[in-house]
Design a protein around this ligand. Structure first.
Ligand code: PHE
Length: 376
């Protein structure tokens, strides 16, 4: 009898020892959903690279509570259909409970519906449309983001145009079918007009358009102070080049969608855009990240890489604090915690949005320069 108790005790002790040092093993599997091909491929590549750097660092430290982080990457193409099938695949086939992604709001919104229904945790690094985290029945319990939202970004853009550029008139182009573009354009228009400006041209196009000469003629005739182009870099490149060809001199202005190594810096020369991050920020946490990222990938990180790195670190710290890889428990730790990450100090409001500053950058002479930081 005594020896049986002894054996059982020894077993319990060794099990405790194993779990304490994490030798219990096991892994935590996450999925990265990002557009790795197509029109905005640089968005997906930066996002993947930012997350992979964070995973590498956590695994080098032994993982999360002794559990190594495993990952799957899916090319969700910045579009609703591809993102939905990627989300279903990683959840149903790979058994993933934690998703980092998507990049584009139009893809993140439908993924958030699936993740909510299946009680999977999702953090979008960069989707700025409010509807990612909030639906008809309020805040989605397990959905978060690492970035600010467009009602803030659009206001920063409008105020910059009015106050810093002294603009009185604006032209605004928008793609009705893109949640991000439409949302950001609407906020810009209402804030610009609320601040005393006048929107003299408002024109829509579709994602398939490549010839913008008809709507650019209206801009040429109206001769506004600024031309607001809140789309992704691939479309902005087309519009901006055609605008220059037409001799339009309005200062071009945009949002975070401009942030790409493939932005046509000649076509948008002199223009400004709002963003989440500048690699010229001198805070030590930023410069440390810029150094590590550049060493690994041979290029400076853009905002997508920084926010992806942040989203991964917020998630991993959240799992660590929760003490278990359970989406609902992890969501609770995000709701109550503060996370010091590259793009600022993150704590979540009731809508699961971080309250954070934006930066304004200028494209000039082939370079992208830091101009201003605007707090909420
Ligand atoms: N904010 C964009 C969206 O919601 C995505 C994006 C973020 C693009 C940052 C570039 C840089 O769709």
């Amino acid at each position: 009898m005594r020896s049986r108790i002894f054996v059982m005790l020894a077993l319990v002790v060794s099990m405790l020892a194993l779990s304490a040092c994490g030798g219990g093993g096991g892994t935590i599997k996450i999925a990265i959903l990002a557009p790795l091909s197509g029109d905005v491929a640089t968005f997906g590549q930066s996002t993947r690279d930012g997350v992979l750097l964070a995973i590498e660092e956590w695994n080098a430290k032994g993982g999360i509570d002794g559990k190594k982080i495993e990952y799957v990457v899916e090319d969700s193409q910045c579009n609703a259909e591809a993102a939905v099938s990627a989300a279903n695949k990683v959840i149903d086939q790979d058994g993933v409970k934690f998703i980092i992604g998507e990049v584009c709001s139009s893809a993140s919104i439908p993924v958030s519906e699936i993740a909510t229904a299946k009680q999977v945790f999702q953090i979008s690094p960069t989707s700025t449309n409010p509807a990612v985290t909030v639906g008809e029945s309020g805040t989605k319990p397990t959905i978060f983001r690492a970035c600010f939202i467009d009602p803030f970004q659009g206001k920063v853009g409008a105020k910059f145009a009015l106050e810093k550029l002294g603009a009185k008139t604006a032209a605004v182009f928008l793609d009705q079918g893109n949640d991000y573009v439409r949302g950001l354009a609407e906020v810009f228009i209402s804030e610009f007009e609320a601040g005393g400006g006048k929107v003299v041209v408002k024109e829509t196009y579709t994602g398939d358009d490549s010839d913008f000469s008809a709507i650019l003629t209206k801009v040429k005739d109206a001769n506004p102070d600024v031309l607001y182009l809140p789309d992704y870099y691939s479309t902005v490149n087309l519009i901006a080049a055609q605008a220059k060809e037409k001799g339009i001199t309005a200062v071009m202005l945009g949002g975070d969608g401009w942030d790409s190594a493939d932005l046509d810096r000649t076509a948008v020369d002199g223009g400004y855009f709002t963003n989440h991050f500048s690699d010229q920020d001198t805070r030590p946490i930023v410069q440390d990240f810029v150094k590590k990222y550049s060493a690994k990938y041979g290029a400076a990180p853009d905002a997508l890489a920084a926010l992806a790195y942040d989203a991964a670190n917020i998630l991993f710290q959240g799992i660590d604090k929760a003490g278990k890889a359970d989406p609902v428990a992890v969501a609770k730790t995000l709701e109550t915690g503060t996370f010091e990450v590259v793009s600022g100090n993150v704590s979540y409001d009731a809508n699961h949005n971080p309250v954070k500053a934006a930066v304004v950058l200028q494209v000039k002479g082939g370079a992208v320069n830091y101009i201003d930081t605007v707090a909420p």
